[in-house]
Write a protein that binds this ligand. Sequence first.
Ligand code: ADP
Length: 175
Amino acid sequence: MTSSSRLECVQGDIVQQDDMDAVVNAANAELRPGGGVAGALHRAAGPELDRACRPLAPIAPGQAVVTDAFDLPNQYVIHCLGPVYGVDSPADELLAACYYNALRLGEWEKVDSIAFPSISTGAFRYPVTEAARIALSTVTQHLPDFPRIKRVRFVLFDAATTELYQRTLASFNEA
Ligand code: ADP
């Protein structure tokens, strides 16, 4: 099975990925609810997620930790702290580390499917064209190392970001 046959980019909401074992949180260092993806996941998971996160915080940029998913329709939440663009450096390596460490944790927990949001491209202001290239190249490059993970889905919130991710993935497949 090639990396590209295990990878898709769709428009949607990260809290509604009923058919995926794990969802990834674009977390903050304290692993608190906050806004964006983290706020949506904590609201949908319920207060037990916040309680489960507290002993694991703080985390550093590029790091990932895993918790149960509580009231979400998934088994696990993998919390990643992306780099704040212009603050945490090297931003490209830290963003790539998020995706790699999330896959590694997923493999360790024996999940067969993981859904990612576009880490760092909201409140953390990472330029989305560059973030998409790093996200997709990191996953494409490392999926062969993680054979238990059969499906990876990027869940993008708006149509423009979805098209960008889909075009970027297609350009890798043509190369
Ligand atoms: P970060 O702090 O890492 O930048 P954000 O949560 O602010 O994370 O945003 C990351 C990306 O996720 C942005 O592109 C944002 O539009 C998108 N996003 C926000 N809410 C959701 C959601 N419920 N599902 C999927 N993507 C979302």
